[in-house]
Ligand binder design. Sequence first.
Ligand SMILES: NC(=O)C1=CN([C@@H]2O[C@H](COP(=O)(O)OP(=O)(O)OC[C@H]3O[C@@H](n4cnc5c(N)ncnc54)[C@H](OP(=O)(O)O)[C@@H]3O)[C@@H](O)[C@H]2O)C=CC1
Ligand SMILES: O=C1O[C@H](COP(=O)(O)O)[C@@H](O)[C@H](O)[C@H]1O
Length: 487
Amino acid sequence: MESVQQVEPFDYIIFGATGDLTMRKLLPALYNKLRLGQVPADARIIGTARTTLDRDAYIARARDALQHFIPAKFLFPNLLEQFLGMISYVTLDGTSADSNWGELAAELSSSPASRIRVFYFATAPQLYEAICANLHAKEILTPESRVVLEKPIGTSLETADAINEGVGKFLPEKQIYRIDHYLGKETVQNVLALRFANPLLNAIWSAEHIKSVQITAAEVVGVEGRASYYDTSGALRDMIQNHLLQVLCLVAMEQPETLEADCVRNAKLAVLKALRPIKEDQVANETVRAQYTKGAVDDHAVPGYLEELGQDSNTETYAAVRTWVDTPRWKDVPFYIRTAKRSKRKVSEIVIQFRETAQSLFGAVPGNRLVIRVQPNEGVELNLNVKNPILDEYQLETVKLDAPIKVEGGPFPDSYERLLLDAVRGNPILFIRRDEVDAAWVWAESILNAWADKKAPMHSYAAGSYGPDAAKALLAEHGDRWHEDMV
Ligand SMILES: NC(=O)C1=CN([C@@H]2O[C@H](COP(=O)(O)OP(=O)(O)OC[C@H]3O[C@@H](n4cnc5c(N)ncnc54)[C@H](OP(=O)(O)O)[C@@H]3O)[C@@H](O)[C@H]2O)C=CC1
Ligand SMILES: O=C1O[C@H](COP(=O)(O)O)[C@@H](O)[C@H](O)[C@H]1O
């Protein structure tokens, strides 16, 4: 029950405190943890950014954000005031040695030196090294400090190395927390529980019984206000290199010896290293990339990606990859991973397709299917073949066992909630180690390089559809179908 206990007193120092991430995710997550009794009353949140604001002006912004992003029934007036009372603001350019570091240091010095300090970098990653250099030079980093790095950790192995080296000059790896918010999702963490706490599933979790695995993260939204970032990234860098590969690792890994962070991270790393490299001349066969064109989402007409961008682009808003984990457990089992902007519906899910039985008492019977609904409508469903109760003879039909995953009396926790306090706890189990980042880039780069060299076509799909038809062929070659095409 450790996770419902209050954490130790902390100072959370947010760089980028006026930004979208802070307002939409970080402050609401910390408020929710206070509501749940996990944040001690003397915890403090110090926001910093370059915009000149006094405390009152910052608190007004924070209040607006909380009123907007926390459902009214969970926004208790006294608690809101208590939370806002924990916040202060320092106008600071994190990259400039001449900036207001004295004020930040003075704020922090009012707490005991042994207090936990979490420096959360909600800024562009190019700033991380300079911020760390200043924190170091101004002697603000203590042995009880950690830094949380937001994604993206680079756009390639080389740029990721530059970020990691830059931060690593000032802090050892154990004080560096690279966030991947998919690991903060309860339903993603649940993959380990499902696999290793259910002998029934554990016994059949291998190529002998599993025919294929598909992992999807599709969104209805387009690139919204983030086109300038997104166009330098694309679907593979934005979602697959990090979030979906992490999910794949949890599905495919061998059982770690313990739940200690490095045991789990070693097991994930082994999967990343076992991913079969996709060679340049295979990229056209093993991957599909596409851009959305104009279409309709929820009956509203929406423009295509290029129209939104206002210029030509070679950036994919859809990516699907067929990949293989070269370990005995997963021999010849295809893993299909896909992500899309402007899809028909928002869904993140893992579909485990079990093998059919060609000859049984009932002849050929379809394989069972386990669906882990990451979001929305969080839960687990299992398709079973049963006897049709109306007919006298044995005729089979499929029923679905459905186990929703809900939180009694509360909203489903946002992924940032768990992660923000794990950084305080000093528990890196849900954060990415540097060697994982590197291994994921090694695998992703061969695809990205081939795409950059136009070795695979750029397909298109109408906004509001499930993606390009070409993606169906990736699965059809192995007798598989995407979940929405399954009967
Ligand atoms: N928004 C999201 O949903 C997600 C964001 N991320 C990542 O989080 C990070 C922040 O994203 P987001 O909030 O959207 O970005 P925004 O552009 O909304 O915010 C950037 C923040 O950084 C501050 N900033 C910029 N330069 C400096 C500086 N030199 N010193 C101190 N503060 C500075 C800005 O304030 P000011 O201009 O006042 O200095 C602002 O508060 C990025 O790395 C992004 O990739 C990751 C996943 C999702
Ligand atoms: O990291 C990112 O994730 C979001 C999708 O997150 P989800 O929790 O809503 O599935 C995505 O919109 C964004 O482009 C990407 O940077």
